[in-house]
Design a protein around this ligand. Structure first.
Ligand SMILES: Nc1ncnc2c1ncn2[C@@H]1O[C@H](COP(=O)(O)OP(=O)(O)O)[C@@H](O)[C@H]1O
Ligand SMILES: [Mg+2]
Length: 294
């Protein structure tokens, strides 16, 4: 099978693992820089040129979408979809997952446990909004942050007010979210592929940090999920429509709470914690999807 990995840099861990494993499994694998793709759309016609050459269509595309070029990369992915190429994940599901409020709305609708969240732009109702999610300290969150950047712990009404005023001034919409204090500095990352939890890890933040992201210095240790955690992770991925999903769970008093569902989960930390070949799991799943669509 011919497989393209849509990624800004061929040297990134997850991208490298995909290419290497796909080749080892006998596939033709190639990394495409989305910004090198020119999309030509005319009546009844969608073509893609890559660095001045017409691109031969693959059987499947594995997108790694994030950073400042995410919108362009999504457009490239849509062009592949328009040509009937199997993409894992689909663009619609990725766009949905990249918006934290949209994700929470969908998850809440389907009764997936989430932390109570308020969004407002009315400064006069700020104290009330904070009280609606349990009072300070509260979490303030950018709709589109990743790797822990854009997640703030505000320990008082005053800090929350000052932070929100600054961010509103910059045109940012912000979520005000209940701080799940019993899970401070730790969370769970579960990797879902197809309808299966492939592996999971507990992430523990470094000292003095409440965000447990690996990019913020958190450390991952392998974890066998409990039944309820597994059920919630699978449901979250399904609600978002993601074939491959990194589901983040806080450990609340009353059970797991989903904070977000990542549509391009990197798996360096997970492969190191578990010793599993996650690239292979994902590629084999893509092959199954291609086979079932033929
Ligand atoms: N409501 C919350 N209560 C406690 N900790 C939280 C909460 N939301 C996020 N965190 C912490 O912050 C980290 C980053 O939050 P997350 O919503 O996953 O954003 P990002 O996309 O930046 O990873 C989480 O892994 C968790 O450790
Ligand atoms: Mg996260």
């Amino acid at each position: 099978m011919r497989l393209y990995i849509l990624s800004r840099r061929a040297t990134l861990y997850t991208t490298r693992r995909f290419t290497k494993t796909a080749r080892m499994l006998g596939h033709v694998a190639r990394v495409l820089d989305p910004l090198g793709c020119m999309l030509h759309t005319a009546r009844g016609r969608h073509t893609i040129q890559y660095h001045e050459k017409q691109l031969r269509l693959p059987e499947a595309v594995l997108p790694r979408i994030g950073g400042p070029s995410a919108a362009y990369s999504l457009a490239v992915l849509q062009q592949f979809e328009a040509r009937g190429v199997c993409v894992v994940n689909r663009s619609e599901a990725i766009a949905r997952a990249r918006d934290k409020l949209r994700s929470l709305q969908l998850l809440a609708e389907q009764h997936v446990p989430i932390a109570a969240t308020v969004m407002t732009r009315d400064p006069s109702r700020l104290a009330e909004s904070i009280d609606m999610v349990g009072g300070p300290p509260v979490i303030l969150k950018l709709l589109q942050g990743t790797q822990g950047i854009g997640v703030i712990l505000a320990d008082s009404y005053q800090t929350a007010k000052e932070t929100l005023e600054a961010l509103w001034q910059l045109g940012q919409n912000i979520l005000i979210q209940k701080f799940i204090s019993e899970s401070k500095g730790r969370d769970i990352r579960a990797l879902v592929v197809g309808q299966k939890v492939v592996t999971a890890m507990r992430r523990v933040a470094r000292a003095g940090e409440f965000r447990s992201n690996i990019h913020r210095g958190g450390v991952g240790e392998p974890l066998e999920l409990g039944d309820r955690q597994r059920e919630v992770a699978l449901k979250a991925a399904a609600v978002m429509g993601l074939e491959v999903a990194g589901v983040d769970l806080l450990e609340g008093e009353d059970g797991p709470i989903v904070t977000e569902v990542n549509s391009s989960p990197g798996f360096e930390g997970l492969e190191k914690a578990s010793g599993l070949d996650i690239a292979r799991e994902i590629i084999e799943h893509a092959v199954r999807l291609v086979d079932s669509s033929e």
